[in-house]
Design a protein around this ligand. Structure first.
Ligand code: ARG
Length: 581
């Protein structure tokens, strides 16, 4: 048997195909990509011959045949056929496939045979980033959900993950917010701040309608910036109340961000002058119309003029960009990050690209540093416009979560009336939250998606509840098996449905690698859906409990690996997998 250090059969296959290509055509083909994928016609299909034929100016079918001739059947490959214009169809040896699944099952650590990475990064992942004294709304949903699943995945892979919740806790709006909070205190009530949405709107209205209040607010900004004690104390109260609100939401959503991960914009205040000085000293920042600006090459506006990254405004104040530069520098310099991930919506793409360009020019990065913008599209309503409440306000996340759980509560009551009430409640919370998260993660994140309660809560199709249900169903089969004294045993892969299920399962390691590289959780979703549907066909075609001893033991074992795979995959997405539903 080949090395067991990896369960991904694509790794040895890829190696063999590359070796065969080199044997057939020499080193000029060393950079070929075997482009392996699962296919209806074979276990895997490689379609490197077409591209190679173009390069070598040969007939693709002949190229494919020449490679195939160098790929004799061995302990991995059972047989090869050329099909179509030059596809190489590969059938795996059944014993090999069975051994891969055995390897997954034999791992008592729960990692399904996938070892932690040997090349661990120090990852700083910047996500969620709500604003203080504002209610979290749907605009922060995607960053929070996508960011948390990436954090979970990279941590599980063995990287050191440092979460950063870069909350907006500084700037001119704090003048009016603090002033409003002080007014409330004078009036003997601070209750308002607990309703963050209303609190912010009232402060805003006073600022717009009442010139004396606006004046006080502006003076308050100066007091805040100069470090006035009373002002700072009031500001802290706003922060504490808000972080408490965020934490409640994170807990409800099953998001791993802790209050200690909050390192807001204000945390970098002391570093800002230094950052500007350094960039000026290095010849990167210049004065332009009274402001200090960096003009990283390659950024031009519609008019063809270079776009500035403003790092000090005309009035001497610093803004969002300077704070982000200071944070980036600190994340590399002090936190030792080798990979910096920013989970922020697509509209900030240019801001991040300019930030990254500036950091590279300033020499803050090295050969190993990766700077990545994990961009994402918008959440749309059924009218295909940005999701809003009927009144036209942005939808609060707290309201979204309560509605999800309320809807799931009804569904669970209908589907599982036999379960005790507290169990139903637990499942409903898991289903409601899981539905929202999965709907957000399942599509390629750069795309917009339509927020659709009925679809995301459906128990069929590519949804969170479907996968949770698939998992619970396998657990129930396993409980029955245990009750009947049927234990798991050596895996044999005979029936076509068993083979299809095994082929789906063994992709796990490769999928997680790709998802961690590309920071695309939807790859995990597609994989889990593939496993769940393959399991469904398997269970229809291959009786588990009613089959005879050896077959039954093998099928029970396949059920175990399938259940563990779904549970681990869902856990990496941040979705609970109840034992029964
Ligand atoms: N608070 C910002 C917003 O609401 C998001 C912060 C994103 N993180 C960052 N490092 N800029 O849009």
């Amino acid at each position: 048997m080949p090395t067991m250090s990896t369960i991904d059969p694509l790794v040895p296959l890829r190696d063999r195909i590359l070796a065969a290509t080199r044997a057939a055509f020499g080193d000029q083909t060393a950079d070929a990509d075997p482009a392996l994928h699962r296919s209806q016609h074979a276990d895997y299909q490689a379609d490197l011959a077409l591209a190679l034929a173009r390069k070598l100016k040969k007939n693709p079918r002949e190229v494919a045949s020449a490679i195939a001739a160098e790929l004799p059947a061995d302990d991995v490959i059972a047989g090869i056929e050329i099909s179509g214009p030059g596809f190489i169809n590969i059938m795996l040896r059944t014993e090999y496939l069975a051994a891969r699944i055995e390897h997954m099952r034999a791992d008592a650590s729960g990692r399904l045979g996938m070892p932690p990475t040997v090349r661990a990064d120090r990852v700083v992942i910047d996500y969620s980033g709500p604003n203080i004294a504002k209610e979290m709304h749907v605009g922060h949903l995607r960053s929070t959900i996508i960011g948390d699943s990436i954090a979970r995945l990279l941590e599980w892979q063995g990287h050191t993950v440092i979460r950063r919740n870069h909350v907006g806790d500084w700037g001119t709006p704090f003048g009016m917010l603090i002033e409003h909070l002080l007014d409330e205190r004078t009036a003997g009530s601070e209750a308002g701040v607990r309703e963050l949405g209303a609190f912010y709107r009232t402060a805003r209205r006073k600022f717009d309608d009442d010139p004396t209040f606006a004046d006080r607010a502006r003076r308050r900004v100066v007091l805040l910036q100069s470090g006035d004690r009373e002002t700072l104390a009031t500001w802290r109260r706003l922060i504490d109340t808000s972080v408490e609100h965020f934490s409640q939401l994170y807990a409800a959503l099953g998001v791993t961000l802790a209050p200690t991960d909050v390192v807001g914009e204000s945390a970098y205040n002391a570093l800002l002058p230094e950052v500007v000085d350094e960039l000026a000293r290095k010849g990167l920042a210049h004065e332009s119309e009274g402001a200090m600006c960096v003009f990283p090459p390659g950024f031009a506006g519609r008019d063809g003029e270079p776009v500035p990254l403003i790092i000090r405004k005309q009035d001497g104040g610093y803004g969002y960009a300077t704070t982000d530069l200071a944070a980036l520098r600190q994340r590399i310099g002090e936190l030792g990050a080798t990979r910096l991930i920013y989970v922020i919506g697509a509209p900030q793409a240019q801001h991040l690209a300019m930030l990254f360009a500036t950091a590279r020019l300033a020499g803050w990065t090295n050969d190993r540093t990766r700077l990545e913008h994990v961009s994402f599209g918008s959440v749309l309503g059924s009218d295909k416009k940005m999701l809003k409440t009927r009144a036209g306000d942005s939808v609060s996340l707290a309201a979204l979560v309560s509605e999800a759980v309320a809807r799931a509560t009804q569904i669970v009551a209908e589907k599982s009336p036999e379960l005790p009430a507290d169990e139903q409640a637990r499942i409903a919370t898991a289903v409601g939250v899981g539905a929202i998260k999965y709907a957000d993660l399942a599509n390629d994140r750069v795309k917009d998606y339509v927020f659709d309660w009925t679809r995301m809560l459906a128990f069929d199709g590519n949804t969170g509840p479907y996968l949770m249900y698939a998992h619970a169903r396998i657990r129930s089969i396993l409980r029955k098996a245990a009750g009947a004294g049927a234990t798991a045993g050596a895996i044999t892969v005979d029936a076509p449905q068993e083979r299809a299920l095994a082929l789906a399962l063994v992709q796990f390691e490769g999928i997680l690698d790709r998802a961690g590289e590309t920071l695309q959780p939807h790859r995990i979703c597609a994989f889990l859906y593939d496993v769940a549907t393959a399991f469904s066909s398997f269970y229809e075609g291959c009786p588990v409990l009613k089959s005879e001893d050896g077959v039954r033991a093998s099928r029970v074992a396949l059920c175990e690996v399938a259940a563990q795979t779904l549970a681990l995959g869902l856990a990496l997405l941040g979705i609970a997998a109840p034992e029964q539903m």
